[in-house]
Write a protein that binds this ligand. Structure first.
Ligand code: ZN
Length: 287
């Protein structure tokens, strides 16, 4: 089994989206108000070349997003709070081909969630079985989906995902998970928070885990700090997930790989586990 990091362009967001400020409704409001931009952040997808078939986790952005009218016009988020950059050869299809893998041969595509920088490359994988959590699909296609930033009208016409209900099968501190491979070494785990139906993918190899975290947090540092982002609809749920990730990383050497962390690809290459000693403790004991 080999795991590859694949970048499909960049996205800049507001600093307050990456690191939420304040709590409750105020946190969401502050994000909407704007403020400083982040630098252009990578958009990582992951390609798992597995004996049971190739698995792609998240599909990045596409060049049509650069054309006027692609995003929902009446949703100010797209105009005010996000800047995408991507070229034709940076889309996930060409990137997968660069690895010597034909996109048509991909067996599974797992979407951590349905935000546009994760589902934007679906059209490259018409033959794959696409997995998304039932809850995430329900919200994205619901009456408030577009207001929440989902773009269900941009999905390919053939899009008919396998809607996944994670079973109450605990995986470390995570109460719900689902093995994707028969071998059990690639597993979906519930990491609700950034969105209500968010999942992560955990790849087990040689006594360690590769934690493909989607937008569970925007960086490893923010997970260690246990900082909720500026868009998670329910702060306490996001907080609980961050606690679970931290507990998991205490139990198992874990390479933690968020979708927009500039350090993710290098940590994957080095198999660099979460550095628990880098954790910022809220209460420092007095000497
Ligand atoms: Zn997202």
């Amino acid at each position: 089994m080999r795991v590859h990091a694949v970048q499909t362009g960049t996205v800049a967001i507001r600093e307050r989206q990456r690191r939420g400020e304040g709590s409750g409704a105020l946190r969401l409001l502050r994000t909407a108000l704007g403020g400083a931009w982040t630098e252009p952040l990578p958009i990582w997808s992951w390609v798992i070349d597995h004996p049971e078939g190739v698995i792609v986790v998240d599909t990045g952005v596409n060049t049509r997003m650069l054309e006027p009218g692609y995003f929902t016009r009446w949703n100010p988020y797209f105009r005010r709070n996000v800047r995408v950059s991507v070229g034709p050869e940076e889309e996930i299809g060409p990137r997968v081909r660069d690895l010597g893998i034909a996109p048509e041969e991909v067996r599974w595509v797992v979407l951590t969630h349905l935000h546009m920088d994760h589902d934007g490359g679906l059209h490259h994988f018409p033959n794959a079985e696409i997995l998304v959590s039932r809850e995430e699909h329900r919200i994205a296609t619901g009456s408030l989906g577009k207001a929440a930033g989902y773009l269900p009208h941009r999905w390919p016409s053939w899009y008919a995902p396998r809607l996944v209900d994670l079973s109450p099968e605990p995986f470390g501190p995570f109460p719900r998970s689902l093995a994707l491979t028969a071998e059990g070494d690639v597993r979906l785990v519930g990491t609700e928070g950034h969105t209500a139906g968010h999942v992560s993918v955990v790849v087990s190899e040689e006594g360690r885990s590769l934690f493909l975290a989607g937008d569970t947090s925007y960086t490893e540092g923010l997970m260690l700090e246990q900082v909720v982002d500026g868009v998670s609809p329910r702060e306490r749920i996001a907080q609980r997930t961050l606690e679970r990730v931290l507990r998991y990383a205490e139990e198992v050497p874990t390479v933690y790989l968020p979708s927009h962390d500039p350090g993710s690809a290098a940590r994957l290459a080095a198999r660099a586990p979460v550095r628990m000693e880098a954790r910022v403790y809220e209460e420092q004991p007095y000497a």
